[in-house]
Design a binder for this molecule. Structure first.
Ligand code: G4P
Length: 287
């Protein structure tokens, strides 16, 4: 199934973000560490132009640490500092404020040299739906969550969140979509749960996951499901389906007559991946 891509959505999100950028010192771009480029809005570089930016690779608890380290290097080579975090538990989130202040250091210096007390740095968090923006904001704001009041250009209902006295945060205005008209991007996002599974067929997503697992994490797949005889030729769909059936059989996803219920098997595979039950898996590597 093809997911429709409406350029109108993008134009609207772009306008909403550009509106806010005037008020912003630093942008925090939140990506999914398991699929950093696929979970990125395709126009983000253009929209953010010259704004200082910190990339956060979220959900590192679910991602392959070696691959995450490769991504940090990849972004550094693009001139973007990147920090792996886990917003849900707060791992490394304490690093964010110092990193943001570093990006704003010149301005802070200038204000201090003029004898002005530097104001709180204003940061905009951008990220596609489900990447963990609200979780991160709650984590950063902690119990002291407080709105800092209206600022010009801020639409009703959108409030600045105070992080101590040194940073004010704003969530993505509107919805920033990923590039899900690209089939591979769509499959990766469906596998990680960024796209609702109703939008793609379960067996299609599971097929993608099993194929990727056999190619990159064969041992983890064998260990989780006790399947042996992984196929050599992953281009052959029938071979991949055989692995899915073997998994279904091991996990009791059987319909009357003893046949494997492929939808049920697919759901097991996808849920296990998302819950980290096959280990820490990244579904995209830097080229
Ligand atoms: P959004 O505002 O960007 O749309 O995302 P949100 O914070 O709502 O997070 C989306 C899902 O991702 C939530 O799970 C959240 O718990 C989970 N999440 C966020 N950060 C992390 C992380 O660092 N690690 C892991 N493993 N998960 C993270 P959910 O399924 O919607 O709800 P629930 O499972 O927490 O109940």
């Amino acid at each position: 199934m093809t997911i429709q891509w409406f350029p109108g959505h993008m134009t609207k999100a772009r306008r909403q973000i550009e509106d806010k950028l005037k008020l912003i010192d630093v942008v925090i771009e939140l990506l999914d560490a398991r699929v950093p480029l696929s979970s990125r809005n395709p126009m983000v570089d253009e929209i953010l132009k010259g704004k200082p930016r910190l990339v956060l690779l979220n959900k590192t608890d679910l991602a392959d640490p070696q691959v995450t380290a490769q991504w940090v290097k990849y972004f550094a080579e693009q001139g973007l500092p990147a920090l792996p975090i886990d917003a849900a538990t707060g791992t490394a989130t304490k690093e964010i404020l110092p990193r943001v202040k570093q990006l704003w250091a010149d301005k802070i210096e200038r204000q201090l040299s003029k004898g002005i007390n530097p104001r709180a740095v204003r940061a905009l968090i951008v990220g596609i739906p489900n990447v963990g923006k609200s979780t991160l904001i709650n984590q950063l704001a902690g119990k002291k969550i407080a709105a800092t009041g209206d600022k010009p250009g801020v639409t009703k209902g959108q409030q600045w969140i105070k992080v101590g006295t040194e940073m004010d945060l704003l969530d993505t205005p509107g919805i920033l979509w990923p590039k899900f008209e690209d089939q591979l991007v769509g499959q990766r996002l469906a596998a990680t749960g960024a796209i609702k599974e109703e939008l793609l067929h379960l067996d299609e997503i599971a097929l993608f996951v099993v194929r990727y697992m056999v190619e990159h994490y064969g041992a983890a797949l064998q260990e989780r499901f006790g399947v042996t005889d992984l196929p050599e030729d992953m281009e052959n769909v029938h071979e991949v389906v055989k692995v899915m059936e073997a998994i279904g059989r091991k996990r009791g996803a059987i319909v009357s007559g003893g046949k494997v219920d492929l939808d049920k098997a697919s759901l097991i595979i996808i849920r296990d991946l998302r819950a980290g039950k096959m280990g820490r898996i990244s579904l995209e590597k830097p080229q």
